[in-house]
Design a binder for this molecule. Structure first.
Ligand SMILES: Cc1cc2nc3c(=O)[nH]c(=O)nc-3n(C[C@H](O)[C@H](O)[C@H](O)COP(=O)(O)O)c2cc1C
Length: 402
């Protein structure tokens, strides 16, 4: 099969219960049934960030391959980065099913999986197998996303242990403190708690022979004023990047999908504006000190481009992949390259952050003319933070989640 044919089968898949469909998708990938994208990468999309070389900036977000069972087949679909996880120290079942819901009217998803995964040992063994001596180099950058168990967790112990366990095998590591489905997890984004975790991780990191870049993944529902101290804590503890953002507990009032009242994290197009606004605020605050990965509602070249213009050096997606299937990756790469050329950019890096100081949402940003200047090698701008940076990145009502 080719990725195009696999995508043509998506309407069939969408007729199934979402979690069952996801399981079949992973099985088909592992069995080599989904094929690979053989289009050569457009050199315009290549970049260096986090000290890593990316063939293109389109990534698969965490949660699709929680147990790292299909990393190589996923990379072969043409992603520039694939993030496996979230993995927790011990295996856990997660919340009772059903726990993934489609909102087809919005092409959105609500999930309250609750970090169902097979645990760290099995995960590390799979990552290690991908990197065996003699194995071919991986075709994309490999991220490892780490989290804590629902029961018996000690964040200042667990995150350093998780980092140390995946460090020999991952190109970058993401501390996930932002999933809405593990009680108390998002509180770890508070200044004191985050500083304690990052301090412990960075102390452990200093003892390791291999220290892949460390990123923190944030929620789009932070309280007003919460972002500046988070950025500073990350910089102070040697964090190299942020992923903005995880799913939201907010429910935009115009959501139509019948499942809109389900508790959990919402992803897909309804998350685009809030997550892109927060990304833009983080870009202004980070002043060239952090690499940003934009996630939330990326489903086209235009939405990927809006994230890049808002300050993302790389983007990730999940919901759109669940709706459109593997052919989406090639389409986004083609569309993004065309948009960059249309606006006169000769490298991806030039476009990073060009809209970061404009006061409008990501969706509007697509139509704006280019004007990049003063970027560094990794595509990050060097402007100063403004007062507006202290503003709330995104609003929303806490619906209370499982
Ligand atoms: C079913 C599902 C499971 C997810 N699981 C995780 C996870 O385990 N860890 C994580 O950091 N993010 C997880 N996410 C969040 C995504 O990585 C991403 O940040 C979010 O969905 C926004 O991107 P999107 O709008 O393209 O889906 C999950 C999302 C979905 C839809």
């Amino acid at each position: 099969m080719t990725p195009g044919l696999a995508s043509a089968l998506m309407p069939l898949i969408r007729g199934m219960d979402p979690e069952t469909a996801h399981g079949w998708g992973l099985r088909a990938l592992r069995a080599g049934l989904v094929g690979r994208d053989r289009t050569p990468d457009d050199p315009l999309l290549a970049s260096t960030a986090l000290g890593l070389r990316f063939r293109n900036p389109i990534g698969l977000a965490a949660g699709f391959d929680k147990d790292a069972v299909a990393v190589l087949p996923l990379m072969r679909l043409g992603f520039g980065l694939v993030e496996a996880g979230t993995v927790t120290p011990r295996p856990q079942r997660g919340n009772p099913r059903p726990r993934i819901f489609r909102l087809p009217e919005e092409r959105a998803v609500i999930n309250r999986l609750g970090f169902n995964n097979g645990g760290l040992d099995a995960y590390v063994a799979r990552l290690a197998a991908l990197r065996q001596p003699g194995a071919r180099p991986l075709p994309a950058v490999l991220g490892a996303n780490i989290g804590i168990n629902k029961e018996g967790a000690d964040p200042a112990r667990d995150y350093p242990d998780l980092y140390a366990a995946v460090a020999p095998h991952a190109d970058y590591v993401v501390v996930n403190v932002s999933s809405p489905n593990t009680p108390g997890l998002r509180d770890l984004q508070g200044e004191a708690q985050l500083a304690a975790i990052l301090g412990a991780v960075s102390a452990r990191r200093a003892t390791l022979p291999r220290r892949p870049p460390l990123l923190v993944k944030l929620a789009p529902d932070l309280a007003p004023g919460a972002l500046p101290p988070i950025v500073e804590a990350c910089v102070a503890h040697g964090v190299e990047g942020l992923i903005i953002s995880n799913t939201t507990i907010a429910r935009p009032p115009d959501l139509r999908g019948a499942h809109r009242g389900e508790s959990g994290g919402l992803s897909g197009p309804p998350l685009l504006a809030a997550s892109t606004d927060m990304l833009r605020a983080a870009f202004r605050l980070s002043r060239n000190r952090l690499v940003l990965i934009g996630a939330g509602g990326v489903d086209s070249g235009a939405t990927a481009y809006a994230k890049i213009r808002a300050g993302a050096s790389l983007v990730q997606l999940y919901a759109a992949f669940a709706y459109d299937g593997p052919a989406l990756v090639g389409r986004i790469r083609r569309e993004l390259a065309a948009l960059l050329r249309r606006d006169g950019f000769t490298s991806l890096a030039q476009a990073v952050g060009v809209d970061a100081f404009a006061r409008h949402t990501g969706a509007d940003a697509v139509a704006r003319p280019a004007g990049a200047a003063g970027r560094d090698r990794e595509g990050r701008g060097g402007e100063q933070a403004t007062e507006a940076d202290a503003a709330a990145p995104a609003g929303g009502t806490d619906r209370g989640v499982a």
